[in-house]
Design a protein around this ligand. Structure first.
Ligand code: 13P
Ligand code: SF4
Length: 385
């Protein structure tokens, strides 16, 4: 198991850009000269020979262009694990869903789908396999279990928390509902099943503005992300949508790191850079951005844009994907690191597919599940209107 840093490394001084910089763990070299062109890979590597995989993974190691955290210590061993997982997937009728923030060996070596929490929850629902391995964090695995109760859902990450999902519990929501009886309670998908069960409508970063706009009530209590709540208010103000929105005070420890001061200093250095951010970032930061969206929306923005320089304000997994898949684009800074997402390893996936521990198998109490499902189904309804 790789060493997980005790705290988020945040923004460090190791950089060619002293304003926003690669974290000490990743040591991302944001330069265009990299041989990473060699690494543009198809989504899934099941068709690659062990030799091809080894070449590509060794190139990751050589260049250090991808997350340092995932540097391959022993390529033979890594290839063996990747091939064994891909064999076990077939044998166990399992699909592997990988969030963009997990390590490249998982995304490119064994993942069947990579995406944001909205897309992955749809993949969970639509995949024919009877077992889902959710390489992400526990709330995402729980969401899959709520939607697909008949499937076995396995969460490999040993540190499977999330500062947002962990900051509020069922009793907090029950008390808030007493305090705000006329409000529609909207929860971010980054919450436990118990919290979802106490709320009316769920949202993800990909659909929060649309879903809340479509809810007929004009009194909304949004939880738990303070930043997303404030960004929602700012967006509605800009678009003339009138709703009374209250919010809880949770934050994501990865995204709250980015400050307006750093953004403005980077813009001075790279005046042509487009600035794009996740809505878990501070509202004063999002206000100055060219685009704000979920990890998949940010990915699609970069894919479609002709801009060469981009300041990307989100967890470093997305920067790794961009470096891998769009080597002509230059990410001009930032790397913050989610210790929870990065705790997923190939060894953990091997364990859950062979001898899962009790904690690896996601269970949700049936009464809680049925209530939480209503909250998630309300999201699909309002998101598709
Ligand atoms: P996305 O749904 O945008 O991938 O966000 C999930 C998350 O946890 C971001 O920090
Ligand atoms: Fe949670 Fe933040 Fe990690 Fe996303 S990046 S899983 S919100 S702690």
């Amino acid at each position: 198991m790789p060493v997980i840093p005790a705290a988020n490394a945040g923004i460090s001084e190791i950089t060619s850009n002293p304003v926003f910089s690669p974290c000490k763990i990743c040591l991302l070299e944001y330069t265009e000269k990299s041989l990473l062109r060699m690494l543009i890979m198809p989504k899934v590597s099941t068709n690659l020979s062990p030799k091809e995989l080894m070449q590509r993974l060794l190139a990751i190691q050589k260049e250090r262009g991808i997350c340092f955290h995932s540097l391959i210590k022993n390529a033979d061993e890594t290839i063996r694990k990747i091939n064994e997982i891909n064999r076990l997937k077939k044998e166990k009728n399992a699909v592997i869903l990988a969030h963009t923030y997990v390590i490249p060996e998982i995304i490119y070596g064994v993942g069947d789908f990579v995406g944001d929490s909205y897309a992955l929850s749809k993949n969970a629902k639509e995949s024919p396999q009877t077992t889902i391995v959710f390489a992400a964090v526990r709330f995402m695995g729980e969401t899959a279990k709520i939607i697909c109760p008949d499937k076995q859902v396995l969460v490999p990450g040993i540190e499977d928390g999330c500062t947002l999902a962990d900051c509020i519990n069922q009793n907090d929501v029950i008390s808030l509902r007493k305090k705000y009886p006329n409000y529609t309670f909207v929860c971010y998908i980054n919450t436990t099943a118990e919290v979802k069960a106490e709320c009316d409508v769920c949202v993800t970063s990909a659909n929060v503005n649309k879903v809340v706009a479509n809810i007929p009530s004009d009194k909304i209590y949004f939880l738990p992300d303070k930043m997303m709540g404030q960004n929602l208010i700012a967006d509605f103000k800009k678009n003339g949508i009138k709703k009374d929105i209250k919010y809880f005070n949770g934050t994501c420890y990865v995204h709250e790191e980015y400050t307006l001061k750093q953004l403005l200093e980077t813009k001075k250095k790279f005046p042509n850079a487009k600035v794009i951010a996740h809505p878990e970032c501070l509202p004063e930061v999002c206000e100055k951005c060219d685009f704000v969206g979920s990890t998949s929306q940010l990915y699609n923005y970069i894919k479609a844009s002709t801009d060469k320089e981009i300041l990307l304000l989100t967890e470093c997994g997305l920067a790794s994907r961009i470096k891998m898949e769009f080597p002509d684009k230059k990410i001009v800074g930032t790397c913050t690191f989610c210790k929870y997402m990065k705790s997923n390893t190939l060894d953990d996936i091997l364990r859950v597919l062979t001898k899962p521990l009790k904690r690896d198998i996601v269970t949700v109490d049936e009464k809680v599940r049925v209530r939480a499902l209503k909250c998630i189904e309300a999201m699909f309804k309002y998101a598709e209107q």
